[in-house]
Ligand binder design. Structure first.
Ligand code: UDP
Length: 238
């Protein structure tokens, strides 16, 4: 199978919102199971998969802050939310027969392992899915930045951002019928045109380390496998 694999080691970023499915809070186990299937297909063809999951389906520091809470406390809650999502994803993966590990940037002895880069790489090499949770471990960052950071650290071939739209557009395709999709973009174009694919910290990080980013539609069954085996999906930023 290996011949058809374009990216041997990937860092896949799933937003917390993607886990909600049709709900407006929390986790939809059906969505989780579908994602586990898609990730399992990659493992099946020998791709090494690191995952970063957001926490926006549960808590976001910035939103809690707007409602009056201390920002750093809110961000801590947001990071804990990503650990909960990570546990749920591990559960779905293991039920589908896919070995997986959750690592946390914040030590949480007895629940998940503390993040350690070399251990993570060992797990990946052994075809275990590694879920990097608790973001970067620091307030004022996002899980997009965590995905780029971990992707660079584990020497992934690509950071893949799963979204609900099939790539990056010049304006919001949900609001504008004439929005145009980009097949490819430079890091500087994303920054200059303020395209809002990821926050600035994340884009600057991948730009400084020449890490390619793919943005694609995770709601489309089979799109992830197609992307990883060289198919044309979404937008490439490099
Ligand atoms: N967060 C943080 N530091 C990080 C990553 C995340 O403080 O390195 C917090 C932050 O409050 C954020 C929340 O965790 O709002 C959930 O992450 P994010 O908003 O990136 O999730 P997503 O939008 O991908 O669901």
């Amino acid at each position: 199978h290996d011949r058809s694999v374009k990216y041997k080691r990937i860092l896949l970023k799933l937003s917390g919102e993607a886990l909600m499915g049709e709900h407006d809070f929390g986790i939809d186990p059906k969505v989780l199971d579908r994602m586990a299937q898609e990730v399992g297909q990659l493992i099946g063809i020998g791709v090494q998969v690191g995952l970063v999951i957001g926490g926006g389906n549960l808590f976001r520091g910035a939103a809690l802050h707007e409602a009056g809470m201390d920002r750093v406390t809110g961000d801590h809650m947001g990071m804990l939310a990503t650990v909960m999502n990570g546990l749920a994803m591990r559960d779905a993966l293991e039920r589908a027969g896919i070995r997986s590990r959750v690592m946390s940037a914040i030590p949480m002895s007895g629940v998940v392992e503390h993040y350690d880069r070399r251990t993570a790489i060992r797990y990946l090499t052994a075809s275990d899915v590694v879920i990097f949770s608790a973001g970067t471990g620091n307030p004022f960052f996002t899980t997009d930045s965590a995905a780029c950071l971990r992707g660079i650290e584990i020497d992934a071939d690509v950071v893949i951002k799963a979204t609900k739209v099939d790539g990056v557009y010049d304006k919001d395709p949900v609001k504008h019928a004439d929005a145009v999709k980009y097949d490819s973009l430079s890091y500087d174009a994303v920054l200059d045109q303020k395209l809002g694919v990821m926050d600035l910290t994340a884009i600057c990080l991948v730009r400084d380390h020449n890490m390619p980013v793919r943005v694609f539609d995770m709601t489309k069954p089979g799109a992830l496998l197609n992307l990883v085996t060289g198919g044309k999906e979404g937008t490439v930023i490099e």
